[in-house]
Design a protein around this ligand. Structure first.
Ligand SMILES: Cc1cc2nc3c(=O)[nH]c(=O)nc-3n(C[C@H](O)[C@H](O)[C@H](O)COP(=O)(O)O)c2cc1C
Length: 150
């Protein structure tokens, strides 16, 4: 069975709403043969990453970048996972107050370095999520999970 690892930093109700929508999409009944593992960004390990077949990342935009927690995750796993995870599929969402540009740039840059393959459009949301935002997160989760079905 394929494993989808969701690594997220979820410090607020608005971020929680996006996270829950991603999980709901990834675990919808139409997805078969994919185990979904959730890890907070501060607890996810290189072993989690190596054991997974694809990834979903979620973060707020903080101080013009991804959260320190997700940055810490990448700091921990980058070199231990560099060789073995190249080419694996991933997707991500970012929640911010007004400008998520730096967070998006950072995630794109690091995942390019890792050689991960983005298989769904990134979802970026500012302020209170609208229904269309949670739907986009649901689609994100479902799309990346569906890509892991055998
Ligand atoms: C210290 C700090 C820095 C932040 N920096 C940014 C930022 O650079 N860009 C942005 O869009 N939002 C920024 N925010 C807003 C957060 O992204 C936002 O609070 C987070 O996504 C949670 O959303 P919520 O407060 O609406 O629930 C910042 C928040 C804090 C606390």
């Amino acid at each position: 069975m394929a494993t989808l690892l969701i690594v997220h930093h979820t410090p607020s109700p608005n971020c929680q709403a996006l996270f829950e929508a991603v999980v709901a999409g990834a675990t919808t009944d139409d997805i078969e043969g994919v185990r979904v593992v959730r890890r907070s960004a501060l607890s996810a390990t290189a072993s989690d990453v190596l054991a997974a077949d694809g990834y979903l990342l979620g973060t707020p935009a903080n101080l013009g970048y991804m959260s320190g927690a997700l940055k810490h995750f990448f700091d921990q796993v980058y070199y231990p996972c560099l060789d073995e995870t190249r080419g694996r599929p991933f997707g991500y969402y970012v929640h911010g107050g007004n400008d998520v540009t730096g967070a998006v740039r950072g995630i794109e840059s690091i995942t390019t370095g890792l050689g991960w393959r983005r298989t769904a459009d990134a979802v970026t949301v500012t302020g209170e999520p609208a229904k269309s935002d949670t739907e986009a997160c649901w689609e994100l989760g479902a799309t990346v999970a569906a890509g892991l079905m055998e």
